[in-house]
Design a binder for this molecule. Structure first.
Ligand code: B12
Length: 264
């Protein structure tokens, strides 16, 4: 796996000109030149830069850091990502979805819901983290989300047919994290539960859907933590439109809330 200097700069937040200058002065990286004249850097070069950055943040002097040498800096392995995760991220940077599909398919052996929880869920978290750390751009993350929707929907087609009335699966209005509800929806469908997925829907549209009487229940994924007041207000608004509907809240934001409550 290799990067151009602009990728390294994006991934580490270190300006390209600083990386170039350090390389000229200290020869700490091991880039190779392709026939078309571009310098390519490796994962190890990324780790070296992360280590330098960490040490600079700890107020160590640049000269002293460089004097430690590449091997010592490499031992720091300052990254939240493993080699395997970096390889996966690189596939997304390269829009290589054939390979992503192969990786996911290969791991779908036993139970579908276990696969969602243990393989797809962590991949989503990895992509979110890579986005936060600038390893993936907004369009790259979006491409993954869209691709995952298509991929999961294709898998779901193989499950028993479903009919209304069923469950309406949605994301808390205003929360952009729709992959959580997508995965929950997939798990419900794999268990033969009749369910319908909305993705992100503004509150008014959601309430109109609820009012239609086509659903026995509504399953709401909360990823961004919501204040109790907002959750209760949504619950009341839904019940005002359809007093019989069952309401379930779940997802990362709800687990966080439970954890925080316990800690208090
Ligand atoms: C992926 C991700 C993103 C992706 C979202 C992609 C998408 N389309 O969904 C992207 C990169 C776009 C993103 C953006 C943001 N994110 Co974000 N993101 C995450 C991340 C890494 C994972 C969340 C996730 O999807 N988990 C995977 C799902 C599958 O897990 P899950 O929710 O638990 O769901 C499972 C079960 O619980 C169950 N389930 C789900 N729903 C339901 C419902 C019911 C009823 C039941 C029973 C079960 C159930 O099924 C699922 C499958 O197993 C988290 C951090 C983390 N480590 O979790 C941050 C996190 C949620 N994000 C956060 C934030 C703040 C944001 C931003 C607002 C800003 C930012 N980070 O800079 C932006 C939003 C920008 C915008 N307006 O678009 C914060 C939230 C903080 C808080 N206290 O609320 C977090 C915690 C990261 C952090 N920095 O702390 N994010």
């Amino acid at each position: 796996m290799d990067y151009l200097i602009k990728d390294l700069s994006k991934m580490t937040g270190i300006a390209s000109h600083a990386i170039r200058k350090w390389q000229e002065r200290y020869n700490i990286l091991r880039p190779f030149r392709t026939p078309n004249g571009y310098w390519h850097y490796s994962n190890d070069d990324y780790f070296v830069l992360k280590s330098i950055q960490m040490r600079l943040d700890q107020s160590q002097k640049l000269k002293k850091i460089m004097a430690l040498g590449r091997e010592a800096l490499l031992k720091d392995k300052v990254t939240t990502f493993s080699e395997e995760q970096l390889t996966f991220i690189k596939l997304l940077q390269a829009h290589d979805y054939d390979s992503v599909e192969k990786i996911f398919d290969k791991q779908l052996k036993g139970s579908f819901s276990a696969w969602v929880h243990h393989i797809i869920g962590p991949a989503v978290i990895l992509v979110g983290k890579a986005w936060e750390e600038n390893l993936l751009s907004v369009p790259e993350e979006h491409a993954f989300s869209h691709w995952l929707h298509g991929y999961i929907f294709a898998k779901i087609e193989k499950f028993p047919p479903h009919a209304k009335p069923g469950w309406l699966v949605t994301t808390f209005p205003g929360d952009p994290h729709d992959l959580s509800s997508l995965l929950h929806y997939a798990v419900l469908r794999s268990r033969g539960i009749s369910a319908w997925y909305t993705g992100n829907l503004p509150e008014n549209d959601l309430l109109r859907e609820v009012e239609s009487g086509k659903y026995i229940g509504i399953s709401i994924s909360v990823v961004l933590e919501q204040p109790e007041k907002k959750v209760k207000a949504l619950e009341s608004a839904i019940l005002a439109r359809n007093p019989k509907i069952k309401i379930r809240f779940g997802g990362f934001g709800m687990s966080m809330r439970k954890k925080n409550k316990k800690a208090r």
